[in-house]
Design a protein around this ligand. Sequence first.
Ligand SMILES: [Zn+2]
Length: 139
Amino acid sequence: MVNDTEELVIYKYSWNTRYCGFASSKSAAIEGVKKHYLYGEPEENENETVLGTQWAETQDEEGWRVEPHTIHAVKILGDLRGSFARKETVHLIWQCLECNQYFSDDAKEDIVSPVLVTCSCRKNEKFYLVEFERGGNGE
Ligand SMILES: [Zn+2]
């Protein structure tokens, strides 16, 4: 079976050259930076692993940056397990087509199909658009 792919623009965020995550919009990527465990003022924070809060405006500056990337995500089917109605922890189950590893990602009640996910089993990140149904076992 050959899976369809979809071309998407994602926003990767990083501290200098240290890649920290991605989001599907620029504003969500900025939110991702602000919630990242490495974001914070080192001198105000007892947690010394934080790197800073400044944004890099040029390529040479130190700081956080958000950059758009065009990717090709492979469409796969996932399974939403658990019940929001019964206050259970709900997970989105999906399988990487490259390494066959199963993932069980926490799902929030506002989850909408499809969800963009990634597996880092290859040097080049592999992205998947996981489509799933709500209203079945997932509710
Ligand atoms: Zn994989």
